[in-house]
Design a protein around this ligand. Structure first.
Ligand code: RIB
Length: 333
């Protein structure tokens, strides 16, 4: 900064105000500073800058699984919106582990981020409380928390998406539909299981009691490809009359497809499959996957916009957005 000040012929304070966009500086002085910055190829020290402005212009993004193509799509929406407003993002993958989420909060606090976007695994509420205690503004996305009006949330209507998938299966004439469920205690997974159970007329079964109902064609696959394969094997062994499999996400649906085609079971002629997410791979496999599309990119940009709005005006009211899922019919059902 001293070199810039000397070259521009202004004081250090002027350079600081220009770089941190804080306080009045004449047009002429601003031009001199930016010209000196360009000639010296000066890059401000972000950490030092944040100590002056109390803003790091950095957002923290906490996701459970970078290996699942759904999340990079979400992150892309966040990143593009953040960049438009001069922010960068720090992304942390918690690998579905709650203790990693706890470490993630410590990391975000140390990096003095301005705000956080969180896709929580199971206990979103305690995560949110930790961030609020740390006075880090947070927006929840993808997995909402019921009755939490203090912060903004952006999710898709998981329940409605499951109902749309089941309505399509019935419309296609399938009457014995099995379900590959997602991780226990994850709100997106539970809402889809709720939609499935209501569609098969078992509104009496609570989602957290599903393990007590082996008579129902439901096997946990935890949103995973490999567990989707294993769960399909178990589902067909315990419920051989299943003619359609609805999976709680695309990766586990692709696991089911892999298992069935490896055993020469024709999809959809012998057994149909419906997924949930509409990741790119859904169109790349053969037969291509019928699924429920989430507006993933839009979810990311909207969540980032809500957080930036809150940073600009801390008095702005939190908003809850539940976006519309869409049935995408391809070849597996
Ligand atoms: O595929 C991962 C799943 O976890 C997606 O359906 C998304 O909604 C998230 O909850």
């Amino acid at each position: 900064m001293k070199d810039v000040a000397q070259k521009a012929g202004v004081g250090l304070g002027t350079v600081s105000r220009v770089l941190n966009k804080s306080g009045y500086v004449s047009e002429e002085a601003q031009q001199k500073v930016w010209e000196a910055v360009k000639q010296l190829r000066y890059v401000p020290n972000g950490v030092a800058q944040s100590m002056v402005t109390k803003h790091s212009y950095t957002l923290g993004v906490v996701l459970p699984d970078f290996t699942n193509p759904f999340f990079p799509g979400l992150a892309r929406g966040i990143e593009n919106e953040a960049r438009k407003h001069g922010y960068t993002i720090i992304m942390i993958d918690t690998d579905w582990q709650e203790h990693n989420e706890s470490q993630a909060i410590d990391t975000l606090r140390q990096r003095s981020i301005d705000g956080a976007l969180l896709v929580a695994s199971a206990n979103a509420l305690s995560f949110v409380h930790r961030l609020c205690e740390a006075k880090i503004p947070v927006v929840l996305l993808d997995r909402g928390v019921e009755d939490l009006d203090a912060i903004s949330q952006v999710t898709v209507d998981h329940y409605k998406g499951a109902c749309k998938a089941m309505a399509w299966a019935y419309e296609k004439g399938y009457t014995r539909v099995g379900f590959l469920s997602g991780p226990a205690k994850v709100s997106s997974a539970n809402l889809r299981l709720r939609g499935y159970l209501d569609a098969i007329g078992r509104g009496d079964v609570a989602v957290d009691e599903i393990e007590q109902h082996p008579e129902l064609p439901v096997v946990r696959a935890d949103f995973s490809f490999e567990k989707g394969r294993q769960a399909t094997e178990e589902l067909l062994r315990t419920h051989p009359d299943v003619t359609c499999i609805f999976a709680a996400n695309d990766l586990s649906a692709l696991g089911a497809l892999s298992y069935l085609t490896a055993r020469g079971i024709a999809v959809p002629d012998d057994i149909a499959i419906i997924g949930f997410d509409d990741i790119l791979m859904a169109t790349l496999v053969h037969p291509s996957l019928t699924t429920i599309r989430q507006p993933t990119y839009e979810m990311g940009t909207l969540a980032a916009r809500l957080l930036l709005q809150q940073l600009a005006d801390p008095r702005s009211k939190p908003e809850k957005h539940i976006l519309e899922p869409t049935l995408i019919v391809r070849q597996t059902c």
